[in-house]
Design a protein around this ligand. Structure first.
Ligand SMILES: NC(=O)c1ccc[n+]([C@@H]2O[C@H](COP(=O)([O-])OP(=O)(O)OC[C@H]3O[C@@H](n4cnc5c(N)ncnc54)[C@H](O)[C@@H]3O)[C@@H](O)[C@H]2O)c1
Length: 308
């Protein structure tokens, strides 16, 4: 098991920290000494997660704050709260995500649900929190992608699936490819501007969490059921294993800007975290820059406005 380096004195935000890999990541960061903000959509679930973590680690310092990544007003409210407090932010973990709703659904801002929740919300959140990140000594942004990014394509002419027949899984894959392209582009921008913020990415492998059932609870179409059933032939992991690549991306000392981590695979078994090569579609600098510009336009959150 990966040993998280000492996080004493660090201030971290983990989105989607009430369940799955987010809760486990928050737990391990708190165990290692970080003060962790559990950034959750439903505060009561956040409080339950906090109580669970405290039961295992009584000296952990945790706080619950509400954020709905599918609502930009909520993202701004969350960011405004942290900025008003003014504590430099050492670590932002963009973990929250939703997979495969039964049909095309939209966020409060009218974005297709998966693009909005999995990518545009975290994009806006990261840009808003950059001033706090840049005030920290060794800041880091770790963003959760997915192995499905390998099947993803960014449809610049129809990002929101308005002109094509909606595919819940291909839309999920697009949103997760966008996360990976964002990870790379943030690393590029940081290098260009001489920022010390380190942008890294991870995917968990197939992990037993609420992700498969949360989407399914809304009902599922036949094609998505068939996709999801294909996951079941993959070696699955428990959440402790599944959170390891994200924890590594968030805290390991031997990582470089833009690095991407996932579980290693040998003879069909899932092994320790390793650096993985992103799909070539995430290595297209021009596309990464184009997606960034388009995301600034869609969210109306821009670097020039929020970072001097
Ligand atoms: N479980 C897997 O096999 C797997 C595989 C690849 C990638 N992932 C990614 O891992 C991340 C964590 O998922 P998980 O597997 O732990 O599932 P999960 O369902 O347990 O956790 C997802 C979390 O995101 C939160 N969330 C969803 N929409 C939100 C919103 N609008 N605002 C705020 N929070 C929101 C949920 O409340 C939940 O806490 C996701 O980004 C997911 O895409 C998971």
């Amino acid at each position: 098991m990966y040993s998280v380096p000492d996080q004493s004195g660090k201030f971290a935000v983990v989105t989607g920290a009430n369940s799955g890999t987010g809760k486990e990541t928050a737990r391990r960061l708190a165990e290692a000494g970080a003060h962790v903000v559990l950034a959750v959509r439903t505060p009561a679930k956040g409080e339950q997660a906090k109580a669970d973590i405290l039961a295992r680690h009584p000296s952990a310092t945790l706080e619950v704050r509400r954020i709905d990544l599918a609502d930009l007003a909520s993202v701004h409210e969350f960011a405004d709260g942290l900025i008003a407090d003014g504590t430099p932010l050492d670590l932002l973990v963009n973990n929250a995500g939703v997979m495969a709703p039964p049909q095309r659904m939209t966020t409060a801002d009218g974005f297709e649900l998966q693009l909005g929740s999995n990518y545009l919300g975290p994009f806006a959140l990261t840009l808003r929190l950059l001033p706090l990140l840049l005030a920290a000594d060794q800041p880091r942004v770790a963003t959760m992608s997915s192995g499905t990014a390998n099947f993803g394509r960014i449809h610049f002419d129809d990002l929101q699936w308005q002109r094509r027949r909606y595919s819940p899984m291909l839309s999920y894959a697009q949103s997760k490819l966008a996360d990976l392209m964002f990870t790379r582009q943030l690393a590029t921008i940081a290098a260009e501007r001489g920022w010390k913020v380190l942008s890294t990415g991870a995917h968990p492998g197939y992990t037993r969490t609420n992700l498969q059932t949360a989407g399914a609870s809304l009902g599922r179409d036949k094609t998505t059921r068939s996709w999801v059933s294909r996951f079941d032939i993959l070696p699955s992991q428990d959440v402790e294993q599944g959170a390891e690549p994200l924890l590594y991306a968030a805290t390991a000392l031997d990582v470089a800007a833009g690095d991407y981590f996932g579980p290693s695979r040998r003879f069909g078994l899932v092994g320790p975290t390793t650096k993985v090569r992103p799909t070539r579609r995430a290595l297209d600098d021009a596309a990464n820059a184009r997606l960034w510009t388009e995301s600034e336009r869609l969210t109306a959150v821009s670097l020039t406005e929020h970072v001097s």
